[in-house]
Structure formats: structure tokens, C-alpha cells
Design a protein around this ligand. Sequence first.
Ligand SMILES: [Zn+2]
Length: 129
Amino acid sequence: MTQQTEAQRLADALDALLGYRGINADVGKAAAELRRLDEVEKAYSLLLEKTYAQHRREEMTRPPTAQLDWSLYVTCPKCDESNDLSDPQHDTEHDISNHIFSNRWERLKDWEVTCEHCNHEFKIEKVEY
Ligand SMILES: [Zn+2]
């Protein structure tokens, strides 16, 4: 009885996993599926190990490249939401990034911003780091 319950539980698990319907009656098939799943799992583990080793080898041979990630946040004075001015919707002509990366931050004084949340237009007083 206990064995039947265990088989039933496994069959139900398979049913849930594979979407089988009506497998409950066929416990032998369920067992076969379990063995097959076990093989699939082993194969998957091997593949993961292989992929990981490949990834490690690539890391060793590829020189590290530094990635720059930048943002320039200003809070809208009307709705209090944050706007990232590095986003293309604000930096449409790349003027903002040009000023920032050429160290001419003062050129962004009085820069007009249209809030992406409420469309309120306001000006930047200054840029701080
Ligand atoms: Zn706003």
C-alpha cells in the first residue's frame, strides 16, 4: 500500500512535470519516465560542467575589459520622480553625454529637462558628482 502510494506520488510528480494526463494507471511507464528523466538530468549536469569549463577557459584567454555604466539623475521638482538624463529620451543629441565626458559640466547649467513622468519642464541648476 505504501509502495502504491509512493508510485502514485511519483506519477503525480511526473504528471505535473511533463503535463501527462492519465499516467496514473501506468506505474511502469512512470518508472521508465523517471529513469529517462534521471538520464536527462545526468546529461544536463555534464553539459553544465562542460559549459562552465569552456567559460572558464574563455575567461582565462580574454583580457578583462572595463565597462563604463553612467547615469545622471535629476528629481522633478513637480512630481518628485527621478529622471535619468543619460537616457536617449533626454539626451537626444548626445549633448549631455558630450558635456559630461569632456568635463564641461557647467554647460549643463540651466539645461532644460522635460520630466518623463509628468511632462513638467524645468532647468538644472548644476551637476554634482
Ligand atoms: Zn515630473
